[in-house]
Design a protein around this ligand. Sequence first.
Ligand code: GLC
Length: 452
Amino acid sequence: MIHEQRQALDEMVNKMRSGRLTRRSFMQRAAVIGLSSSAAVSLLEACGGSSNSTGGNGAATNIVWQSDNDTTNTYKDIVDTFNSSIGKQKGIHVTWLNGPTNTQDMLTKYNNMFRARSHTNDIISLDIVYPAQFAQQQWTVPIDDSKWPAAERAKYLQGPIKGCTYNGKLWAAPFRTDLGLLYYRKDLVPTPPSTWDDLTNSAKSVSPSKVKYGYVWQGSQYEGLVCDFVEVLYGFGGSVLDANDATKVTVNSPQALQALTLMTSWVGTISPAATTTYTEDLSLAAWEQGNAAFMRNWPYAYVKSNNPQESKIPNKFDISSLPHGGSESVGHSAIGGWNIAINAYSQQQDASWEFIKYTLSPEAQKKGAIGASYTVTLQSIYDDPDVLSKQPLFGKLKPILQNALPRPVSPKYVDVSDAIQRNVYQALKKQATPADALKQLASDLQTVVSSK
Ligand code: GLC
């Protein structure tokens, strides 16, 4: 939503409230400015008391939430519940805009929005890799103790809170974390592999004889590839930058060579040749069709793979931790996740916080866990009997959470990520040998981390 759209929207809302616009014209104008019909209906409800409007919460304050991508209706449910309860009491109405599936498309949108100092979106969902950068630019508003007291914060996973903290302040509220998981078809492979070599061998033994592909994962050149790469790398005991000194590049190591050589060998053997175009959703599509024995993906894929309306394999799979290799004894998931922040240019910051506070409530967190198998941040959810019975994966997540590791932490993360994406991709496409790709990656990273 660009600035003009927000202005048009505000004008429509005012006219609707004062009875100067019919419901039909409202819907027509909403379509013209590119609002989805469900977002328009929701906003119409907020105008309450208008000519044909039924119900509505008579909100005085409209706020717009740009979320990350959700195709399970969970965010809609959270927004609708807020609008009809707290929102109704406090005169706040939230309009929900669903986000793109690719986190980089979202970043581009935000870059444009904030450079224009736009307040078109009052509340924004931020990938865990970006809060520091947004904080540095002062694009979001810190959430201080008076809003979210320390005693409350202590009830949430500390990792995501740390990920949203920069210079001692919290710049976004951690709605959910994300963890790379190994999905396996329990009807084909009774026990999950513990090492990357086991996975490779097990995949070979069932594909293509019993299933089209052995292993599907994310090999397209984008942020997801960084996650998949570091997971194999960490599993072999390697790293990208020195954990204690982010100006030291450590990626050109024997462990990294083992990891990248193995990943490269998968493409076109146990994994489809098209892996170099695969994002989360494309790997999930192959998996849901019943075409793969193993898949690396985030927890959201659990609910989706169990949904008979879109998946051919409900109840035929389970999850486990990612494998390890070399002399390591545990695998490591990359930490992902989505956090909710207030746009520093928003004119509705208090109302925005009311909604964010609701997303952290036990009710909304439970909706996230049950509706979308999101690994939400409220710790008690992981022991909630209702959640465990409806989404049994929660019973297996604690040790995986404990061993999860962040992507390289650097104030220049965007450039670090870009260097990893380009060079790992070259190796996967067989345009560079794994050894050459790592050498080049180390040199590119050195330039990034040494630049002021
Ligand atoms: C998921 C993760 C996010 C990551 C992205 C990569 O959305 O939550 O942290 O950057 O996947 O594709």
